[in-house]
Design a binder for this molecule. Sequence first.
Ligand code: NAD
Length: 348
Amino acid sequence: MKLFETTEQMGHEQVLFCRDEESDLKAIIAIHDTSLGPAMGATRLLPYAEEEAALQDVLRLSRGMTYKAACANIPAGGGKAVIIADPTNKTEQLFRAYGRFVESLKGHFITGQDVNLAHQNICQINRETNYVVGVNAGCSASTTALGVLLGIKAAVEFRLQKPRLEGLKVAVQGAGNVGQNVCKLLYEQGAELFVSDISQKKTQEIKRFYGATVVPQDQIHSLDVDVFSPCALGGILNSSTIPHIQAPVVAGAANNQLEDEQIHSRLLESRGILYCPDYVINAGGIIDVYHDMIGYEREKVLENTNQICDTLISIFRRAQKKQTTTHDAANNLAKERIMKAHKTKVKA
Ligand code: NAD
């Protein structure tokens, strides 16, 4: 990869390569854009086979965080960090060394918990820096689920002209922290539920509590329902699955749902399926974390989360007007907000 060319094209402000021999830390912190505020982005730990894959991941994810915060109306920029390590061999030394690098950025980058980090690891990072969120173990999943519910409602009203979810069929893929909360909220709205998960225990609970029909993993996306809600994996919207999707609306919490952002957002659009861009509909998580950082007030969190609905409607309208995909319309909205903030910053 041509590093400077790539980061310039993607718009990154700073990339920090972190190495500590004693703890064997190898990490990369990418700060994409701080026009709207300090870069926020969680840290993930993975045994990347190639360093280049780690770099690509952190560059792509940090840009995604910029767009996510911008669409969520949060005064934060986008960043992300990856630690290249074996998740079965995590040490306090490693996280403290990493924490010192985060501290060296003096609040320019604020991090939190992502793949393969436990709450304990966040506390270890916190021994070296205060620029880490989630120390007082909250759970953002319920706010994320609320955002997803509001997004489903907005999409159903826009695409199906139905003001209520009562009697509508919704297929939820994944009954984890977010998925089970989405099921609960949908049940309370009178929706008929279909659910799949690799864990039978989880699907049985959803069946027992919310009367859901349990569906095999490889069939959940192809059911004849009103809404398909991916709440498990990334890459679920791809060339194999999209031709079989019957739902006119796709609206779920999973990150990076489109295997290829351009190809698969167009494929959904060409099939008349209204796709809620993942980073817009699942912004409840970052909204929750942001408010946790500035002093949690539930009312303000709800006010911010409610805006997901209006943002999605405006994205649907833009896409319709410009005959483009909802994915492109969301990216354009984010870029406009960032550009505006950037200009204000430059003038000041
Ligand atoms: P989780 O790990 O608690 O739940 C994921 C669930 O998906 C698990 O129950 C797992 O068994 C299931 N699963 C895995 N593979 C599956 C498959 N092939 N078919 C069906 N189910 C499968 O994670 P979560 O916190 O609920 O997050 C779910 C998704 O939402 C993730 O993509 C995450 O990145 C995204 N997200 C979460 C938040 C949050 O606040 N937790 C915020 C934004 C986005």
